[in-house]
Design a protein around this ligand. Structure first.
Ligand SMILES: Cc1cc2nc3c(=O)[nH]c(=O)nc-3n(C[C@H](O)[C@H](O)[C@H](O)COP(=O)(O)OP(=O)(O)OC[C@H]3O[C@@H](n4cnc5c(N)ncnc54)[C@H](O)[C@@H]3O)c2cc1C
Length: 406
């Protein structure tokens, strides 16, 4: 088996490298605020300043970013090529250059608008979203609607040219910073619960919207509750047909699971944990010399390799326009539990000191362990809790009998 790149691909790599050398300089790298892989994996910290936007525009024009998005909406519109996509990812990472923004807008809403949006919506929103100029939040969950999302009750009533929206959303990530929300709103109260929902785009500055941040154990406020009181949303601000938002929301959910299931950052986090095991002393010897720790590291690295190979498989099926079937269903569950188990090992190696916050003098890795540990726990729940993922894999992936429904 020959796993090396052909000459044509080696030439492509050289071309990408030359582009990066010319367009993303040492000065640009130096001006980048310290990247936080955990937050970046949640899409909550992304370099989207004017310099980064300018660079992304150049990279799109050269055909390197947003390759599947049509040119007329601000993408690079390139033929699907898994190896080229992999080379671009590797080279951008090596050069520490702004890559595609991962987050609710670019990764989840854009594919939904391309599949279901109107021409006007695509022209207005896609490009600024890809460049990080419009930040989005996702208004799906409510106090009584999480796993059973179709029980949502936030309502929209048509009043002339506007929908009058009332109700509450919760666990809305980044709501305090977002300019817009894509939301699921019940507009046909008499219809069966999956049929009466409409997918709306809501400007977060509209009067009647109140955002109340939810303070977490670690002091941060990643998500908020959002209250709507007689919020007027233009009649045309809906994606797909009125009352058919459930099927539109499936596109977004599929993209969300792919985003969370992306194993891209897992290698970085595993390498950090390995370094921690090599540096930390436990009972008079390095943690890496402990047989149990070594066993756990080996197990995690095997799972990591499986996640990476599954990622390549998904890239290939996507590039060929094929349905990845069960392989995309398992990615979110596998990767999010893997992230958590890696962070759990890092915590175990550091023992109680891992709980120390940034600023505590004896906190290992400047107190940066606790947050990823908590964040990865949460990541397994966001986008669908593990039990729900197992049901989806069993029912849709393996064709097992459906779970009992009350
Ligand atoms: C970090 C994070 C970010 C989030 N961001 C957003 C966001 O931006 N926008 C948004 O709309 N939502 C967001 N959410 C909410 C998320 O989608 C919900 O938390 C998730 O869908 C679970 O719903 P729930 O919290 O209501 O839990 P529940 O649905 O109440 O579930 C509680 C428990 O019961 C289990 N359970 C429920 N039903 C079944 C069943 N049929 N079979 C077996 N087990 C079952 C679940 O697995 C879980 O363990 C976020 C959540 C987190 C943690």
């Amino acid at each position: 088996m020959n796993l090396s790149y052909s000459e044509a691909y080696q030439a492509f790599r050289a071309e990408v490298r030359a582009f990066l050398t010319a367009n993303w300089t040492d000065a640009d790298r130096a001006s980048d605020p310290a990247p936080d892989p955990v937050k970046a994996s949640l899409g909550s910290v992304v370099r989207a300043d004017p310099r980064a936007s300018e660079f992304r525009r150049q990279a799109i024009a050269a055909g390197y970013l947003y390759r599947q998005v049509p040119r007329r909406y601000g993408g690079a519109e390139q033929p699907a090529d898994t190896l080229k996509a992999t080379i671009i990812t590797e080279e951008f990472k090596r050069a520490k250059a702004p890559a595609e923004i991962l987050g609710q807008g670019p990764s989840m809403l854009v594919p939904t608008l391309l599949a279901h949006g109107t021409e006007e919506q695509r022209e207005r929103f896609v490009e600024p979203t890809l460049l990080g100029q419009i930040r989005w939040c996702q208004g799906y969950s409510e106090p009584g609607a999480g796993s059973d999302l179709a029980s949502l009750r936030a309502s929209g009533v048509l009043d002339g040219d506007h929908w009058l929206v009332n109700g509450q959303k919760t666990w809305t990530s980044n709501a305090a910073e977002a300019k817009w929300m894509f939301a699921l709103i019940r507009t046909e109260p008499g219809a069966p619960k999956h049929d009466g929902i409409t997918y709306m785009l809501i400007d977060m500055k509209t009067p009647g919207i109140e955002v109340r941040p939810l303070r977490q154990l670690n002091g941060a406020a990643h998500f908020s509750e959002v209250f709507f009181t007689d919020v007027r949303v233009p009649r045309t601000s809906i994606v797909g047909e009125r009352g058919r938002g459930w099927s539109v929301s499936r596109s977004t959910l599929k993209a969300e699971r792919a985003l969370i299931g992306n194993a891209g950052f897992a290698r970085q986090i595993f390498d950090g944990t390995l370094a921690l095991a090599q540096l930390t002393e436990v009972r008079g010897r390095k943690a890496i010399e402990d047989a149990v720790i070594r066993d756990r590291l080996t197990d995690l690295e095997s799972r990591l390799l499986a996640a990476e190979l599954n990622g390549y498989r998904l890239l290939t099926t996507n590039a060929r326009g094929e349905d990845p079937g069960i392989f995309s269903l398992v990615a979110k569950l596998h990767t999010s539990t893997l992230f958590y188990d890696i962070a759990r090992l890092a915590m175990d190696i550091s023992s109680d000191r891992g709980l120390l916050a940034p600023g505590e003098p004896t906190a290992p890795f400047s107190g940066m362990l606790f947050e990823p540990y908590m964040t990865y726990y949460a990541l397994a729940i966001g986008g669908g809790a593990p039990n729900i993922q197992r049901n989806v894999i069993g029912e849709r992936g393996l064709g097992l009998p459906r779970d009992a429904r009350l």
